[in-house]
Write a protein of this length. Sequence first.
Length: 254
Amino acid sequence: MLKKTNYVGVDLGHYSMKVAQIEKSPQGWRVTRAASMFTPQNAMRDGVIHDVPTVSGALKMLLKHAGITAKNAIVSVQGGSVVVRNVRVPKMPEATLRKSIRFEAGRYIPNSVEESFVEFEILGSPDESQMDILLVAAPNELVNSRVDTVQQAGLEVDIVDVGSFAAYRALIETNFSRTTTDETFAIIDFGAFSTTVSVVSNGRFNLTRSVASGSANFTEALRTFFDLSQEDAEAGKAQLNVAELLEERPKENP
């Protein structure tokens, strides 16, 4: 899939923008440069970039600041409007499925199929009459706004990937020190306004769901409870240690 010698990964979130350059080496792919910055305020809503010129200008500055030299980009999409489902369909040739996939997708995605990008991967066949596929759909507006932003920043978009898939490959699949094909993992991505949870078992995505709640909710709770400014609430959140909340405490005697 990755045919060139270097790429830049671009993650455009409501709160921050991140870029990372990877380069091919004899030992495999390695990260050579990375940087992040705040996303321009009010430029994005529900994952869709509504102020493309402002965000693309900020992204161009970030690329220059990080010393990114790659020109081919891999862009992530995720959030509540991105659908990832394991679906069982009648067995058919891949070419036939590609012609009918939008009809199948209409049963599982809340958005208009005509206004969505739809893709799939065949996972296998449980019997002679059926097969399992991984179905992915994302609204055109969500994908196109990100592609336009990255292109206006001077990059060529090679791949648009689901954020959960990219996280799995980066954190688990590329860890060659252990075998993960017979293990089950939960990948949790806390964003500013949404949280995505994925369950991967035996190398296959069994579940990917997003909820409309993220770290911005913690910031707002701190701001209102302690009557802080937005900046102080954000700084205070970064200093919180919730580890002790996860520890079991002995029950007190009545």
